[in-house]
Design a binder for this molecule. Sequence first.
Ligand code: ADP
Ligand code: MG
Length: 325
Amino acid sequence: MVSGEFELIRRYFSDLGYDQSGSVRLAVGDDCAVIAPPANRDLVLSIDTMVEGVHFLAGTSGDKVASRLFGAALSDLAAMAATPAFFTLALTLPSTDSIWLQAFSVRLAELARQYGVQLIGGDTTRGPLTLSIQVHGWTHPGKALLRSGARPGDRIFVTGTLGDSKGGLETQLKNIHGAQVPYLQHRFYTPEPRIDTALLIAEYATAAIDVSDGLLADLNHILEASNVGAMINPDELPISAELHQWVGAAQSREWALTGGEDFELCFTVPAILEPKLSWALRDHRVGVTCIGQISAKPGILFSEGGRVWPVEPQGYNHFINKHKV
Ligand code: ADP
Ligand code: MG
């Protein structure tokens, strides 16, 4: 890689994205990037890694890997109600495949411009295809939305629809063709970080997380951090028409609960603030659905048709499920 490394960085990664934050003094090219942090902001940061064969199928095109990696990384900033500012990119590549790299960098640049973030640096090495993005964002001091703030009585909400990403993956593994496939695969490859929704709800929310391992597993992180429990009405789970049409009610419900990688937000809001939340979201293009409420007793209960029963928070765990895809 050494001989081509600088040319590769110059060609594909030297001028990528847009610095909406106005804080980038120096981006790609020197030993470090230089940032002038705005006065009176907290820096919020997170890193995400994707490995070929684990997070995406071997042979996936560069544009799809870019949108999946970028969406997953920015989703963590959404979960904290942070405004995205800039990011770094660590690339491990088996070879310099210019078609793949071109598709990857063009798509990454499109998304980075769309979300107002600039690529400020990174690292490039040779090896099995592995990509990491570290995102950085700002919040007002002490205003990052944590997992630990949920209180008994709070309503539990989710954005968008759940289970589509798992559906999109399954259509590929099973080589399914049909009317719903493009939508489901789009949801798998292009998770939409819910930044604008997060900034709208931040004023009312007590806790939030993005759904990466599956709703039950991620909600359970809020519950444990907040030392509370939850009562969920599985009938209320938002499921897309496409997923329902493809696999029916029972399977789509299971994937909505445990599928993961939807990168929707799950958040809690005090019941008394629900009218204000509805008003704030009145013209918002992303659906927000109440699926239950926080209770004092730890654990998750389902409540449906007058019946109440406990459930285990299952989800994806890298050390139990060896392969994700
Ligand atoms: P050093 O050897 O000093 O760590 P590198 O040779 O790794 O520097 O990188 C040279 C410059 O290119 C640095 O500014 C670095 O941040 C940037 N860079 C390297 N790889 C990438 C990448 N994949 N994306 C963006 N910038 C990168
Ligand atoms: Mg280096």
